[in-house]
Design a protein around this ligand. Structure first.
Ligand code: UDP
Length: 328
């Protein structure tokens, strides 16, 4: 297949690109390298079948050419990370909504299948022990910037499903739950690379709030494996799938686990949300996926444990630090 990856120089895109190339597919990436980076795709650039253009998905004429040359689109280009979302809401909303409109409209002309990358963030403050694809989505007020991310992704999902129903565009929607792995940056707020970076540097490990909020973590390799299987399954078309981990962990326990596993002397400190993200920030107390739908369709079961994830991220960071001569 000739695959077009929007946002393919991002952390998840680069892992997906590598797996597609491994499977003999061709990969063409469009990325504005705003939150993505060349570092992510450095190893891919020498490989046969890989190409990258640095531009925005808002460039419709270029996008038209790229879409004409591909068999499937993986639409990953989006604003990413809670920190960026809180700090740059205009960018978040515009990137997520306009970019997806352009991709879907161009794809629909040729009925090129689109895999839309959505997020567990869309569940917002929904209740329930596990979030299921058919469940209600409950967001906070528009005065709290964080929810703009979920709202914009919800519009993307509506739009993708509308194109599927009205224009027979094959779409698959994926809701990723806290996907983590080697190469992810902590710059935009992501908890694991931040904790690992802090632990390796001997700096305080910064737990937000009381640390009792919980998440499940997904190793990017488990996520990518699932995506490749979904794309090969005709039953995935027109459907939404959670992809996530099974082990629920509080952020406080995660901090201590990182400290223990990496044998770090870093203290664990607690930072109020207002200090981390500014006034009026709201967090999710709990976020756990119901995985029965994807389990049933493709037999998905995550292989990597939380410990594996932490150690993989740490190994990558240590390698990077060694290369740059930084300690430790
Ligand atoms: N978090 C934290 N310390 C950090 C970064 C994040 O305690 O340095 C918390 C964050 O407030 C949230 C959880 O870790 O409760 C997961 O944050 P992340 O940004 O990774 O993903 P989210 O689940 O918020 O999308």
């Amino acid at each position: 297949m000739r695959c077009l990856l929007t946002g393919g120089a991002g952390f998840i895109g680069a892992h997906l690109a590598a797996a597609l190339l491994d499977g003999g597919d061709q990969v063409s990436v469009i990325d504005d390298v705003s939150t993505g980076s060349f570092e992510n795709v450095k190893a891919l650039q020498a490989r046969d079948g890989f190409s990258i253009v640095v531009d925005s998905v808002f460039n419709s004429s270029l996008m038209e050419e790229l879409v004409a040359e591909c068999d499937i689109i993986f639409h990953l280009a989006a604003a990413v990370g809670v920190r960026l979302i809180v700090e740059s809401p205009v960018r978040t909303i515009e990137t997520n909504i306009k970019g997806t409109e352009i991709v879907l409209e161009l794809a629909a002309k040729r009925k090129t299948p689109v895999v839309l990358f959505s997020t567990s963030e869309v569940y917002g403050k929904s209740n329930g022990t596990k979030f299921i694809e058919t469940g209600d989505l409950i967001l906070g007020p528009t005065s709290k910037g964080r929810w703009s991310y979920a709202a914009s992704k919800i519009i993307d999902e509506f739009l993708a499903l509308a194109y599927y129903k009205e224009r027979q565009l094959p779409v698959i929607i994926i809701r990723l739950f806290n996907t983590v792995g080697p190469g992810q940056t902590g710059r935009y707020g992501m908890v694991v690379p931040r904790f690992v970076g802090q632990a390796l540097a001997g700096e305080p490990i910064t737990v937000h709030g009381d640390g009792k909020q919980t998440r499940t973590l997904t190793h990017v390799k488990d996520a990518v494996g699932a995506i490749l299987k979904l794309v090969d399954h005709p039953g995935a078309i027109g459907e939404i799938f959670n992809i996530g981990g099974k082990e629920e962990i509080s952020i406080e326990s995660l901090a201590f686990l990182v400290k223990d596993l990496l044998k770090s002397n870093s203290p664990v400190v607690y930072i109020p949300y207002e200090k981390a993200y500014g006034d009026g920030f709201e967090d999710m107390r709990k976020r756990v996926p119901d995985l029965s739908k994807i389990q049933k369709l493709i037999g998905y079961s995550p292989r990597h444990t939380i410990e594996d994830i932490i150690l993989d991220v740490a190994a990558h960071e240590r390698q990077k630090n060694n290369r740059s001569g930084a300690l430790p």
